[in-house]
Ligand binder design. Structure first.
Ligand code: PLP
Length: 349
């Protein structure tokens, strides 16, 4: 199958071999308080920091998902209230979850073709979805930097679930940044990665919230011992470590993703039936492409694609009917991209 679904998405072809290796090494049933596990954990963190260029003073924690990070931020890091700047379904979900835990959460939406405004916000935490998987938009890095600069006292929390490990992220422009492994990391679902700045850690200490199994302070106490606050998906942490070791650093990956994105733009520009959902290239996601077409065309195309062994991503939320999505994730191979191009060429002939 040629899988272009933007999550869960195609996993690296090395995964079956690595699972076997993990099994043979006894990793699948290892105790999560044992030195063997701690070694895998520690190595995974070292490699994450090195390959993704995470500042040395930032800390990395493992969670069960990106969704869990929404909850951890709300319970352990937001002091009084947060502001959520978003234009799509994931940003909205984050806002809604937070509202249930911290009633004062505020939403400020912007449209598909624009960027969130870099004004001075009153709230103590600013929540940004920098790669909106539902509609294929991104917050440009300059915009993230400007928001950070105009709000020196606030924490900047960033959902990078569908761009981390595919696009370079300037972690120093955020205090909290999280993702899960079933998108750009090319791994099976079931593991979240949360990265915190010293300022975020200081905020957690100031609040001192310890009422939950996943209170950030408790998560951190375990992480400092290379352990987790729950019995983790050990296999996934092992796979993360092993695949990071194999693959190049983020600069190289970012370049490849950018090149493939540009060639997709050129490709789609030849078809009047297909339009990028947002025409503003500055805010188009590089890792998730959302393409607009007639609902009937999309329906036909997706069915035909399946019969050719190609899975296209459905539209999401209010763009369900009249868009489809294509993951531009690192695990996808050149050959698969050319298969999809060939298919689209013949479909629109
Ligand atoms: C996929 C996704 C999530 C949810 O990730 P889970 O691992 O399922 O919790 C959150 N935010 C964004 C932007 C996503 O793409």
């Amino acid at each position: 199958m040629n899988n272009f679904y933007p999550g869960p998405s195609k996993v690296y072809e090395s995964v079956p071999k690595l699972v076997k290796k993990a099994y043979n090494k006894g990793i699948l049933s290892v105790n999560h308080r044992s030195p063997t596990f701690q070694k895998v954990y520690h190595k995974a963190v070292i490699l994450l920091k090195e390959k993704l260029k995470i500042p040395a003073e930032y800390e990395v924690y493992f969670t069960s998902s990106a969704t869990e990070c929404w909850e951890i931020i709300a319970q352990s890091l937001i002091k009084e209230n947060s502001i959520h700047l978003y234009n799509g379904a994931f940003g909205e979900k984050w806002f809604k979850y937070t509202s249930k835990l911290k009633g004062e959460a505020k939403a400020l939406t912007f449209n598909l073709d624009s960027e969130p405004e870099a004004q001075s916000y009153q709230q103590d935490t600013i929540c940004l979805t920098i790669n909106e998987t539902s509609n294929g938009t991104r917050v440009p890095l300059a915009s993230l930097s400007a928001i950070r600069a105009t709000n020196p006292d606030a924490l900047v929390a960033v959902d990078a679930t569908s761009s981390m490990a595919g696009q370079y992220i300037p972690f120093d422009k955020a205090d909290i940044c999280y993702a899960s492994v079933q998108k750009c990391f090319g791994l099976p679902a079931g593991l979240g990665i949360m990265i915190c700045s010293p300022k975020a850690i200081a905020r957690a200490e100031e609040i001192g919230e310890r009422a939950h199994y996943n209170s950030l302070l408790f998560v951190r106490e375990n992480a400092l011992k290379y352990q987790t606050h729950y019995t983790p998906n050990v296999l996934s942490i092992y796979l993360l470590m092993a695949t990071l070791k194999k693959h190049g650093g983020i600069d190289k990956v970012d370049k490849l993703i950018q090149q493939r994105y540009e060639s997709w733009l050129t490709f789609f520009s030849r078809y009047s039936q297909l339009q990028m959902l947002t025409g503003n290239t500055n805010v188009q996601s590089r890792t998730v492409l959302a393409i607009k077409a007639e609902a009937a065309t999309i329906d036909k195309m997706k069915k035909k694609a399946i019969s050719k062994g190609i899975i296209l991503g459905n539209g999401y939320g209010k763009w369900k009917e009249d868009t489809f999505r294509i993951a531009n994730f690192p695990a996808i191979k050149d050959k698969e991209i050319s298969n999809l191009e060939k298919f689209l060429k013949s479909f629109f002939k």
